[in-house]
Design a protein around this ligand. Structure first.
Ligand code: 13P
Length: 285
């Protein structure tokens, strides 16, 4: 159908009780795998990239790739900046043609986070682009494009969330509730009472980061408590890389790059399909 904002996608998700999966990407095969999976599942989807991934691909190339691949697909797609580190990066993404940006001021004081997020909201909304904020610090279970392993988390205060949403004007936000980026070393323990209090005080769609490894029952519960966007990154890269290792071992003399990358792309596509189903977004396009 078309390239839309995250705000539009999340409004429908919240109303119909599912979540839109947001998959990070940093190359062609990755992006094709996500879009082919979403098309097959008749599911809306968010394609996102963190700053390091945008720097790797070039922002204009990334947006042109997603727009070209999405053209004429029977699904809605949003193009999103994940964990934008600054106002300048958010504005650069507006210029590239993103339809959604995240500003992550979660490591700043609440006042500073609100002030900076407000500025991003003002610029983005003037361009018809939606904004995701972050409250509390979502830690790192392992190194990833979103941060370095060992960064500790701080759970989101529901009172801070209420003030943050009211004063910043964000369209949605990520709240730290015990989730972390990367591979969990033990089963994540999400604070659902906190999530429910946050939803009661804010009413905007909530975003769950660190989707890799969160069990299905927790994903369902989070959706029932107001989560409308779930981010997945590590699980996709893991599927691609593990398959690539196996393919290279099995085909030591092969120099056909397309042939060597195809099994990895298909592995990623299968993982994306599984996670779209977990989010309940299949059939919702
Ligand atoms: P995972 O890598 O844990 O899936 O987290 C992705 C994410 O939250 C991107 O912002």
């Amino acid at each position: 159908m078309s390239i839309v904002t995250t705000k539009e996608l999340l409004a429908d998700a919240k109303a119909r009780h599912y979540a839109v999966a947001a998959f990070n990407t940093n190359n062609l095969e990755y992006t094709q795998a996500i879009l082919e999976a979403a098309t097959e599942m008749k599911s809306p989807v968010i394609i996102e990239a963190a700053k390091s991934e945008i720097d790797y691909m070039n922002g204009f190339t990334f947006v042109a790739m997603v727009r070209t691949l999405s053209d004429k697909l029977p699904i809605n797609v949003a193009i999103h900046l994940d964990h934008g580190p600054s106002y300048d990066e958010a504005v650069r993404c507006l210029n590239y043609g993103f339809t959604s940006v995240m500003y992550d001021g979660s490591r700043l004081s609440l006042d500073e986070n609100i002030r900076n997020t407000q500025k991003v909201v003002e610029a983005a909304h003037a361009c018809g682009v939606s904004v995701e904020g972050e409250i509390g610090v979502i830690g790192q279970a392992a190194d990833s494009p979103e941060g370095k392993k060992g960064e500790s988390d701080a759970l989101a205060s529901p009172v801070d969330c209420e003030r943050f949403v009211k004063e910043s004007g964000v369209d949605c936000f990520a709240a730290a509730i015990g989730n972390a980026h990367g591979l969990y070393t033990k089963k994540p323990k999400l604070d659902f009472d906190r999530l429910s209090d946050i939803e009661r005080r804010t009413h905007v769609p909530l975003v769950l980061h660190g989707g890799t490894g969160i069990p299905l029952e927790d994903i369902k519960k989070a959706i029932s408590l107001g989560v409308a966007k779930i981010n997945f990154s590590t699980i996709m890269r893991q599927g691609f890389i593990e398959t690539l290792r196996k393919t290279l071992e099995e085909n030591p003399g092969d120099l056909d790059l397309m042939k060597l990358l195809t099994p990895s792309k298909l592995a990623m596509k299968a993982i994306a399909i599984q996670h779209l189903k977990m989010c309940g977004s299949d059939g919702k396009a």
